[in-house]
Write a protein that binds this ligand. Sequence first.
Ligand code: IPD
Ligand code: CA
Length: 267
Amino acid sequence: MATNDERYDYGKTLIREAGGVAYDYFKSRDELKIESKGLQDVVSIADRNVEQLIRRRILERFPDDQILGEEEEGPAEFDPGRPIWVVDPIDGTQCFLSGIPTWCVSIGLVSGGHIDFGLVYDPNADELFAGGAAYGAVCNDKPIRASDAASLKDGMLEVGFSHRTGVDWTARVFSDLLKDGGMYHRSGSGALSLAYVAAGRYIGYFEEHMNSWDSFGAVPIIKAAGGWTNDVMAGDGLTAGSVVVACGPNLQAEIKNLIWPGGNHAK
Ligand code: IPD
Ligand code: CA
């Protein structure tokens, strides 16, 4: 029986291969036909072909594993007894197609009811973020730590947004953050930004709704880097996504108070 250690090692090689293919498409992106999936939501053959490559490689090596990817329908139901690879072939597609280098490939492995490890590869910077509870947190094999900032005034909070939700919650968070002397940043790739939280580059992250393929690659790295995130697997988080809040170890109380003032877990 294959082990998750084997999956982790295989995943690290695979994500670099997939990132290389995506990067080749990025260099000739003017030739790509852009299709719309919805409001401010685009896709091209690059996303689809990179996902197909990842799917093919996973099933060649681990034929009994399951895959949930952004661009292809998964099975109607997943068997919780078998590992599930959660794949975003190109996260930050709008940036990718606009010639902006903030995009990445993201892969998380759900196994035994939790996210065992995550991988985020940025081909433009040639940075591979990897980690999980059993593996530590690294960028290109060097250990990383989440920021030790103790105040929202002490760095940048990445705020993601998609039109899958309304604007009110995010607008209120922006307003309170800025009034309190904080600062936001928006890269256009949620997965890469979360990896940056693991590396201590952003002090935290908030997005009202992320799909599992946007967050599961980075969440275990953040935790292994000493940071905190909400439980993105809670309820039907795997198939329906969830709010995502993340930060370094000393910012939990303050960020929770910004996102859910007074402990009120409503918007
Ligand atoms: C999107 C990006 C964006 C985030 C959205 C995602 P896509 O993914 O990660 O930063 O705010 O929630 O849907 O469409 O570029 O793969
Ligand atoms: Ca995505």
